[in-house]
Write a protein that binds this ligand. Structure first.
Ligand SMILES: [Zn+2]
Ligand SMILES: [Zn+2]
Length: 165
């Protein structure tokens, strides 16, 4: 999806308003996230002395799993974006393609910047019991908290031998 700036190419007074739907293409690098519904991207573009100045909002939803308890969750993204576009981009701006802004790229770049590394269903998620796999948000399991760390078992046996148990 491209936003065409031809109408404001030579006009610095007109502000171009836009509202578009864009599907977020996440690809393999973000395979733990899914986007089923289109994102909404809206805002304005103005032809300024420095380039084409875009100011807008990006809203949408991605589905993923809680990194602790594996429950399916939806993350809402409500992002504000400000960018400068130029025909030849420099370090402070993004490139135009034939006076067009690539909205797919815009939404992708802004969305992935805001995806959490470790999504959680709730900031106090208790996760899964490492022994039986019970979701500890639903109920406590009977695995004892006194469960012996298997890495310490040889030490325990050694100490018992010393005591002649
Ligand atoms: Zn969770
Ligand atoms: Zn357990």
């Amino acid at each position: 999806m491209y936003l065409d700036l031809i109408s404001i190419k030579n006009d610095k007074k007109v502000i171009l308003e836009f509202v578009e739907k864009v599907y977020l293409q996440l690809g393999e690098d973000y395979s733990n996230f899914k986007s089923n519904k289109p994102f909404l991207v809206s805002g304005t573009v103005q032809n300024t002395e420095n380039g084409f100045y875009l100011k807008g909002e990006i809203t949408g939803q991605v589905a993923t799993k809680c990194s602790l308890c594996l429950k399916e969750i939806n993350l809402n993204l409500n992002l504000t974006v400000e960018r400068l576009y130029k025909n030849v981009a420099d370090e402070d701006s993004f490139p135009l393609v034939d006076f067009k802004i690539n909205l797919d790229e815009l939404v992708f770049e802004e969305a992935v910047l805001n995806l959490p590394l470790k999504p959680v269903c709730h900031h106090e998620c208790k996760g899964l019991c490492p022994i039986c796999g019970q979701n500890l948000n639903e109920r406590e399991c009977s695995c004892s908290s006194e469960e012996i760390d298997i890495r310490l078992l040889p030490l325990k046996e050694f100490l018992e031998k010393q005591k002649g148990v």
